[in-house]
Design a protein around this ligand. Structure first.
Ligand code: ACO
Length: 385
């Protein structure tokens, strides 16, 4: 009904602006459901708590791509396909080795993913492309981190999970069971989240009938921003800056209050949809507590909890997925500027699932803007301006 009415409104006569498209429903989807009031999140029928407890990242990929869980054979096939696609084309590897060492990892990832398009045998966007890009993103991230630190690049394994192989390529040694499970859980949690900015970008690019690599490249650009996926890196930098300035006796409550009094945003807090605790943050909070105790970073966890309480008391705002993921990755020994890349490693599953969904029932995405400039200016020759 709403769609029909809107089509009949003459927007030139009755313009209205919805800044940030807040609350606009532009698509139907089977990929995820978010209840921002109760803090529930569902991926293709399964609650995030159920998936966090039981699923592997590969099962979640299959679920998002097919709207059902895989049987044993299907899961095995997917593992095999992902493993067989992990290696990068030589020119992409050369780019990673030769680009500036100080380049932003998300910028390198964006460029490398864009390059991958040139090495696909066919240009029709198939599930093989989704599997290839999902398999190759971890290789790009690990290769760049090692190249920029003058370390040998480690070839991907043709066995093991995405989480296991990524930590192996990054650190040059096989991860323990606990580290693999933590990484896998992070990948499960970040896989999909409705019409967030990067998924919307991917669908917008798809809707022009452009290709999957263009959609994913655009989505990476959107995720990189600190108001979206870039917030996890910003959270860690905020905690580390606090430590550098004030040492381990720093006062996180005073720090938070000062930021708020200056009208600055606390990174990792607030959400367009959740008006309660982000259900993903519930799982990450538990992991952060456990890992920070194990690695001697309890103070970072304690500061985080003090910030959560202060934000709630002062502004009524809860943490989002990025807040506790920062200290989880830090405890795994991962450098802060890679955190958003790890988010990408996971969200690629959601982006590609939405790409196929958009393609199946496509319409060009093309909103309007209210023109607020002049309309009747007279032309002035350049020499008279
Ligand atoms: N710190 C302090 N105040 C905040 C925060 C925050 N993190 N988030 C929202 N607010 C306040 C705003 O100042 C504003 O207050 P006011 O009405 O008194 O001016 C009010 O809450 C509404 O904030 P908006 O920015 O208008 O809310 P919006 O829905 O547009 O933005 C967003 C949501 C971008 C996530 C915002 O909360 C934010 O900037 N958070 C920090 C960045 C961040 O953590 N991003 C990750 C989000 S999760 C993800 O994308 C994976």
């Amino acid at each position: 009904m709403a769609e029909h009415n809107l089509q009949n409104i003459d927007l030139d006569k009755y313009p209205h602006i919805n800044k940030g498209l807040d609350g606009i429903v532009a698509f139907s989807t089977t990929k995820s459901f978010i209840d921002g009031k109760s803090g529930d999140l569902i991926f293709s029928g399964y609650h995030i708590d159920t998936l966090a407890e039981n699923a592997t990242f590969e099962e979640v990929c299959f679920l998002l791509w097919n709207d059902r869980l895989p049987n044993e054979q299907e899961l095995d096939d997917l593992h095999q396909k992902l493993r067989s696609e992990r290696k990068l084309p030589e020119p992409v590897l050369t780019y990673i080795k030769t680009t500036r060492k100080t380049a932003e990892p998300m910028a390198v990832l964006r460029t490398a993913v864009s390059m991958l398009a040139d090495f696909q045998d066919d240009s029709s966007d198939t599930m093989d492309h989704a599997i290839a890009v999902t398999a190759q993103i971890p290789t790009i991230i690990a290769a760049f981190d090692r190249a920029r630190n003058d370390k040998d690049i480690i070839e991907p394994l043709d066995e093991g999970s995405t989480a296991f192989n990524f930590l192996y390529m990054l650190n040059g040694e096989e991860p323990g069971e606990a580290a693999e499970r933590t990484m896998d859980l992070c990948l499960v949690i970040h896989a999909e989240h409705g019409m967030n900015a990067s998924t919307f970008t991917a669908r917008t690019i798809c809707a022009t009938q452009s290709d999957m690599f263009s959609a994913v490249t655009g989505a990476i650009g959107a995720l990189k921003g600190p108001l979206h996926g870039g917030a996890n890196t910003a959270v860690m930098n905020m905690l580390l800056d606090l430590e550098e300035k004030e040492g381990k006796d720093a006062d996180p409550v005073a720090f938070t209050k000062e930021k708020l009094s200056k009208k600055e945003k606390m990174m990792g807090f607030g959400h367009r949809v959740y008006k309660t605790f982000d259900p993903r943050a519930v799982h990450l909070r538990k992991m952060s507590k456990k890992l920070s105790e194990e690695t001697g970073h309890e103070y970072l966890y304690e500061w985080s909890e003090a910030m959560v309480k202060t934000m709630k008391d002062e502004k009524g705002i809860d943490p989002n997925v990025d807040f506790f993921s920062a200290t989880v990755y830090y405890s795994l020994g991962i450098k802060p500027d890679l955190y958003t890349c790890i988010f990408t490693m996971s969200r690629i599953s959601g982006w590609t699932a939405h790409f196929f969904e958009q393609k199946e029932n496509n319409r060009l995405i093309r909103p309007r803007a209210l023109y607020v400039g002049e309309k009747n200016l007279e032309w002035v020759p350049v020499e008279d301006r």
